[in-house]
Design a protein around this ligand. Structure first.
Ligand code: ADP
Length: 165
């Protein structure tokens, strides 16, 4: 496959939400293959382990053979080139995402000139949806059915009931 047809969609996905899945679905309209790359970020404290985060994404995208789920450590741009790709796909929500994304995209481009970051605007219903807000609502026993797929709802319920007991 030509390297122009593969996009790497990196993130924490802690856990995956309908906002992430929307970017993946729409990304597939543009790219032949999407590699969802779960970051093993030691600094960010995550609720789900890397293995759990990968399993939840796999469950949500299992119907689509054009989506691959993987994990990476170290420099994202090196991983992207190693996958035979040149494009990093990221989602943009509110203006608040912009500053951070701009900084990272510029740095990545400096590190590897051949790698480009492409941004896809969130779909209106998911403009304010983030993994953090989902975790907060779930931790307070709030409804998350409209925010995450059923296996993620179950996994959240299990995590929080275990924490509470
Ligand atoms: P990170 O810690 O790298 O920001 P996230 O899992 O929070 O990882 O997000 C991964 C990518 O998905 C980011 O580009 C983020 O902007 C995008 N994203 C997250 N939620 C949404 C959403 N509701 N709509 C569009 N893009 C989103």
């Amino acid at each position: 496959m030509s390297q122009r047809q593969i996009a790497v969609y990196p993130g924490s996905f802690d856990p995956v939400t309908y906002g992430h899945l929307d970017i993946i679905e729409r990304g597939l309209e543009v790219f032949e293959e999407i590699v969802v790359a779960v970051a093993q970020n030691v600094e960010k404290k995550s609720l789900f382990t890397t293995v759990e985060r990968i399993a939840l994404i796999r469950e949500a995208v299992s119907h689509n053979p054009r989506v691959r789920v993987d994990t990476f450590q170290g420099l994202l741009v090196d991983y992207v080139v190693g996958q035979g790709a040149r494009v990093i796909l990221r989602g943009l929500r509110a203006v608040s995402d912009f500053e951070y994304e701009f900084q990272i995209a510029q740095m990545n481009h400096n590190l590897r000139r051949e790698v480009e970051t492409l941004f896809m605007m969130t779909s209106v219903p998911y403009g304010y949806l983030s993994s953090s807000i989902v975790k907060e609502v779930a931790s307070l026993d709030g409804p998350v059915e409209s925010l995450v797929p059923p296996p993620v709802q179950k996994a959240l319920a299990a995590k929080f009931s275990r924490i509470r007991t």
